[in-house]
Unconditional design. Structure first.
Length: 135
């Protein structure tokens, strides 16, 4: 409690902070997924190996066809209906790996951003007033 008091947060700020944190997480998920869909890091990485990547490209094609069979749920979402299904699901897997690798940096960053956004969104209280119901 003292930790939060020293940083200007009250128990009433916790739900807002959680909502902001989750919104940042959803934004990160969507952004990284869209980036992976657009730039196809796996395909670009395999292409850089030249002729040595032929077996890997063949395996990637087989995996893509298998994933397409599992991806029927993406056709039910209007925003995803026109996207290439195999590419969409491969990019989801790529984005999951990228987000997991970036987690040591993104979790503290999201916490810090959540804290600052909550503090910025609060109405200034008159000096000397206290919220006795919360404390």
């Amino acid at each position: 409690r003292q930790y939060f008091d020293e940083r200007g947060l009250t128990p009433m700020d916790i739900p807002k902070a959680i909502a902001v944190h989750e919104a940042l997480g959803i934004g990160l998920l969507a952004g990284v997924w869209a980036g992976c869909y657009r730039y196809q890091p796996t395909q670009r990485g395999l292409a850089s190996f030249g002729s040595a990547s032929a077996p890997m490209l063949e395996a990637m094609g087989k995996a893509t066809r298998t994933i397409e069979r599992w991806g029927s749920w993406t056709r039910r979402l209007p925003v995803l209906r026109n996207a290439e299904q195999g590419r969409l699901l491969i990019s989801l897997a790529e984005s999951t790996v990228a987000r997991k690798l970036a987690m040591p940096a993104t979790v503290p960053l999201k916490l810090w951003l959540s804290w600052n956004i909550v503090l910025l969104s609060r109405r200034p209280r008159p000096e000397g007033s206290r919220d006795d119901a919360v404390r």
